[in-house]
Design a binder for this molecule. Structure first.
Ligand code: HEC
Ligand code: HEC
Ligand code: HEC
Ligand code: HEC
Ligand code: HEC
Ligand code: HEC
Length: 441
């Protein structure tokens, strides 16, 4: 009997210990899972991730033609996704309607409605009988538009996060991260249930053991030894002193520390994708993209000096003294000028002081395009840091980029020397572009 009881008591202790360990491990795992989830989520919305994504199976040239037709004729009223602008979003329309129906609709929707076509009448009524204009397109042109719409839907499906910046994450489009979130959600629920079950188990066992203890103490004659066993207390210092527990705690601690340290070291000063909110909702996509204003018009010193200037409010006023004066965003420019205070743009690209970088050397002398380093600025509503701007990034490009020595006598001898000693191209690096002193004062 005594043996059995002492066995029960010991088991209780063991279960309690196991419970503590499980708790520690599950929380560790959960934290890990969460950080991975967060990582995937941020990777998911990494700007620019849709660029270069393969579209559907149709001929890219056809899709491009369709894209142009769509932008010029349809985009004022339709999105190629599911947003309603004036008319319905056209995502999936080739599934909803037959091709011949679409062709007749786009050529002359009114005629189709008057012919009594049920679908045509229904969609016409749904959108409050707004007549869509007729388009004198050939069948092939219409098919190219449809191919473009399909391709857009494929892009959205292949790369679920078609998000331009860190804001404006459209719900529903984020299938990727949502799905991960859902799985994470289930795991959370399972973990919580497990923990509750464990707690219930432990409490029940503790109750049983205390009941037994009381019973034994009251109703039995016990020897000294037995008493000791029955009345032994749960000793936390034992748990603390136990080798297994100590090693485990140390291990968890070390792993967490390493993980943190690694993240910090790898991430120090690297701000790829950094896209702060600016005081005025200025869009490069609108200005440099749609209205094709030259970069140089605003960043006036980028070809002449070390730094590319940020335009003053006066440059904005060249146009906005006339354009969109009533817009609240434009009013902010007026306020800045009235108060004689510069607009406080948040700086995005910033090398540490120890490094020397010169714009004119790269843009004017080297002929490197802005986009090579800054990415597709003309497509960005909000500018984000496209390149890592690390030392490795600078040096990699210097190693790979041939120097433009054509028609520059200064280089003739250097190139000859280089060709005598090496087979590779005469790169920026061959000219000393990887010497520390070139980039560090
Ligand atoms: C001036 C606005 C406007 C323009 C421009 C326009 N649409 Fe429409 N479109 C509509 C409206 C509104 C509807 C909804 C039906 C209605 O009220 O006639 C519609 C409906 C449609 C539908 C039917 C959708 C469905 O779910 O059945 C298709 C397809 C369509 N448009 C394609 C196009 C294409 C392709 C172009 C460009 C070549 C275009 N539309 C240009 C306003 C427009
Ligand atoms: C109409 C004026 C205008 C034009 C044209 C323009 N920019 Fe800008 N640019 C700005 C303003 C204002 C800012 C600061 C606000 C911001 O970051 O959006 C800026 C910021 C930037 C930045 C980030 C600067 C930082 O803080 O690190 C880069 C890079 C940039 N522009 C590149 C370009 C390139 C490349 C082009 C041509 C394709 C261009 N810009 C055309 C006005 C302009
Ligand atoms: C060369 C002409 C030009 C210059 C310079 C210019 N803009 Fe614009 N801006 C435009 C045009 C054109 C539009 C589009 C107006 C429209 O949509 O009708 C626009 C639109 C805008 C809008 C959107 C307004 C709205 O509510 O729709 C903002 C904000 C803006 N500009 C800010 C600026 C700032 C800030 C500067 C100076 C750094 C600047 N712009 C310089 C031509 C210019
Ligand atoms: C070889 C790469 C490279 C090219 C090409 C390049 N930039 Fe930059 N740009 C940078 C780096 C690096 C910085 C950060 C500089 C710093 O912090 O000192 C920067 C910063 C900027 C800034 C912020 C202001 C500043 O000078 O720090 C603007 C605006 C800008 N670039 C615009 C442009 C435009 C416009 C072009 C094309 C005409 C261009 N850049 C071409 C690498 C480049
Ligand atoms: C996209 C390619 C590219 C990137 C990225 C790049 N450079 Fe360059 N760099 C060039 C080219 C091309 C030249 C040569 C220009 C010429 O013809 O003299 C050059 C030249 C230079 C020179 C002058 C070298 C000499 O021999 O006189 C310095 C200094 C320099 N770069 C610094 C930097 C720094 C700092 C960075 C990173 C912040 C950087 N570069 C990133 C392409 C690049
Ligand atoms: C082509 C330009 C270039 C050359 C050549 C270059 N560096 Fe750098 N270096 C940079 C840039 C840019 C940074 C800043 C990177 C950052 O902020 O992540 C940097 C950063 C550093 C740092 C500081 C790192 C930190 O974390 O703060 C050291 C140290 C350094 N470089 C040493 C060197 C040495 C030594 C050489 C010669 C073997 C050298 N660099 C050659 C561009 C260069």
């Amino acid at each position: 009997m005594m043996a059995m009881i002492s066995c029960i008591l010991k088991t209780t202790h063991k279960i309690f210990l196991a419970f503590l360990l499980t708790l520690a491990v599950t929380f560790g795992a959960q934290a890990q899972g969460e950080s991975e989830q967060a990582e995937i989520a941020t990777k998911g919305v990494e700007p620019g991730s849709t660029e270069g994504a393969e579209t559907g199976s149709a001929d890219p040239a056809v899709i491009d033609a369709g894209a142009a037709l769509f932008k010029n004729n349809c985009a004022v009223c339709h999105s190629a996704g599911s947003d309603v602008i004036v008319g319905p979003g056209l995502k999936g329309v080739t599934g909803r309607r037959s091709e011949s129906w679409l062709v007749s609709w786009i050529k002359n929707s009114q005629a189709l409605i008057q012919s009594g076509d049920a679908d045509a009448v229904a969609v016409y009524n749904e959108y409050n009988k707004q007549a869509m204009p007729s388009f004198a397109f050939s069948d092939d042109e219409i098919k190219s538009i449809l191919a473009y719409i399909d391709a857009q839907a494929n892009v959205a499906a292949a790369v679920p996060t078609t998000v331009a910046g860190p804001e404006g994450t459209t719900p529903g489009e984020n299938i990727g991260t949502d799905a991960i979130g859902a799985v994470g959600g289930y795991l959370d629920i399972i973990l919580v249930v497990l923990i509750v079950v464990l707690i219930v188990l432990v409490v029940t066992l503790l109750l049983i053991s205390s009941l037994l203890k009381n019973y034994l103490n009251k109703n039995r004659e016990l020897t000294e030894d037995d008493k000791e066993v029955v009345n032994q207390r749960f000793d936390f210092s034992k748990v603390y002193k136990s080798k297994a527990v100590r090693t485990l705690v140390m291990l968890i601690f070390v792993v967490v520390l390493l993980d943190l340290a690694l993240g910090k070291v790898m991430g120090i000063g690297i701000q790829e994708g950094y896209a702060p909110k600016q005081p005025i909702a200025f869009s490069h996509k609108l200005h440099a993209g749609e209205h094709q204003i030259d970069c140089n018009y605003c960043h006036t010193t980028v070809y002449e000096s070390k730094s590319a200037s940020i335009p003053s409010a006066n440059i904005c006023m060249n146009c906005h003294s006339q354009i969109k004066k009533e817009s609240p965003e434009i009013q902010k420019i007026y306020t800045a000028i009235e108060r004689n205070k510069p607009i406080e743009w948040v700086r995005i690209h910033n090398l540490p002081d120890l490094a020397y970088f010169n714009h004119s050397q790269h843009t004017q002398v080297g002929g490197v395009e802005c986009q090579t380093c800054h990415g597709p600025i003309e497509e960005m509503d909000v500018v984000y840091q496209y390149s890592s701007l690390t030392m490795g990034w600078c040096i990699d490009c210097h190693r790979e980029t041939p120097l433009n020595t054509e028609g520059n006598e200064y280089y003739d001898n250097l190139v000859k020397l280089h060709e005598a000693s090496s087979k590779g191209a005469f790169t920026v690096a061959s000219n000393g572009g990887t010497e520390c002193s070139k980039c560090h004062y």
